[in-house]
Design a protein around this ligand. Structure first.
Ligand code: SAH
Length: 383
């Protein structure tokens, strides 16, 4: 196999020696020949020594590394990585009789930088985050077929339409999470159809819900509301700006027999939280979308996190519990924590931290790629 080369500047191999799976364009000395978007390239040090192999992109994140060895990256290589990912999930008891949706491949955490695969029972949903992964679709699809997934969808990251690569996908598919049933819209919904990454936090919400009235802000299809009602919550209000998401939230309440205790409100969360009295709620969830997708948006994002948290901490009933999250990769755990402290100072209430939350175990983090730890949460008790 002839592979193009990208030569690094002297000293810039350091991150590779620490096994970080990304190379930024600023580290590149030269590119050996014409390279196209998504090509497999070898990374060499300034003396020409082999360092790693990965997918090339012309952006500032120049290479996503797939291997630090002299591996042939072909269909068999993909099959082996996917098999390894599947074995890990089986060890984590996924799927189980209670939960049949989970993440099979979590990018760098599974040695597959640029690739996400979520499983919804028999369906595999692929998201590619690099041109190289997009070009590897045939290998990925055949590996999934080999692993027994006959229904496969490619879900674009932006606004493009989903492509069904194998089998058929209905407008509504049914999945099971922690023994609860959810309708999901894989083809048109957000992410791959469901926020699988909140499974463990939903379980915790469930355990704190008995006798509580919940306000689930940024509810999407109502995952936290359904969990709360299953845990004995008296009422759950799902609030979201998307009518489509709320339609599914109502369906999900009905599917689980909770319609009478569930209400949906379509509203913009920030003015809603700041202008309504919230003291009827003693359980609030704040799970906003990634307010900052890039470092440049970080400052404004922190202000937005501070505002919604200040409003919730100020307004919640005494003795109430707040679950608050950030899924912005560029806002790290400490920054998020500091923002919540600042919100609590402004709210002038007594606040205790009960838990630090993160993404679940089927979203593993490559220890050399701390950026993979994107989901941060806190559980606060407010007096
Ligand atoms: N908690 C959800 C996932 C939340 S995703 C779950 O467990 O499934 C973020 C949600 O915020 C999306 O559904 C999006 O429609 C909604 N959203 C984004 N901006 C909003 C705003 N300004 N006000 C209300 N909802 C908003």
């Amino acid at each position: 196999m002839t592979v193009a080369h990208v030569r690094l500047k002297k000293g810039r191999e350091r991150s590779i020696l620490r096994r970080h799976p990304w190379i930024f364009s600023g580290a590149v000395q030269s590119i050996s020949e014409e390279i196209n978007e998504g090509d497999l390239v070898d990374i060499i040090d300034h003396n020409g020594g082999f360092l790693a192999r990965g997918h090339f992109s012309s952006g500032s994140l120049c290479i996503k590394i797939l291997s630090f060895e002299n591996d042939v990256i072909d269909a068999e290589w993909f099959l082996n990585r996917l098999k390894k990912a599947k074995v890990l999930r089986e060890e984590l008891n996924l799927p189980s009789s209670q939960t049949n949706c989970f993440r099979l491949v979590h990018g760098e955490g599974d040695g597959l930088a640029g690739l996400i695969i979520d499983i919804y029972d028999e369906i595999a949903v692929i998201q590619t985050h690099s041109a190289g992964m997009k070009r590897s679709l045939e290998s990925i699809k055949s590996a999934l077929l080999e692993l027994g997934y006959q229904r496969i969808v490619l879900k674009p990251v932006g606004k493009e339409k989903s492509t069904v690569l194998s089998g058929t996908i209905e407008e509504r598919e049914k999945v099971l999470e922690l023994g609860l049933t959810y309708h999901i819209d894989i083809l048109h919904g957000q992410k791959t159809g469901f926020f699988i990454d909140q499974r463990n936090s939903r379980d915790l919400v469930k355990s704190y819900s008995k006798g509580r009235k919940m306000l689930n802000v940024f509810s999407y299809t109502g995952g936290f509301s359904i969990a709360s009602l299953a845990g004995g919550g008296t009422e759950a209000v799902s609030l979201d700006a998307s009518a489509k998401a709320l339609e599914l939230a109502e369906e999900n309440a009905a599917l689980n027999g909770f319609s009478e205790r569930h209400q949906a409100i379509k509203a913009d969360a920030v003015p809603f939280l700041e202008s309504n009295s919230l003291d009827e709620y003693d359980l609030i969830v704040l799970d906003p979308p990634a307010f900052a997708k890039h470092k440049s948006a970080r400052h404004n994002a922190i202000q937005a996190y501070r505002r919604i948290n200040e409003a919730a901490i100020k307004g919640i009933a005494s003795g109430g519990i707040l679950f608050t999250f950030s899924c912005s990769q560029v806002i790290d755990r400490q920054m998020f924590y500091d923002t919540i402290i600042s919100a609590a100072i402004q709210a002038r209430r007594e606040v205790k931290v009960l838990y630090h939350l993160r993404q679940p175990e089927d979203h593993p983090v490559n220890i050399f790629h701390p950026e993979g730890e994107y989901l941060k949460g806190l559980v606060l008790k407010i007096f």
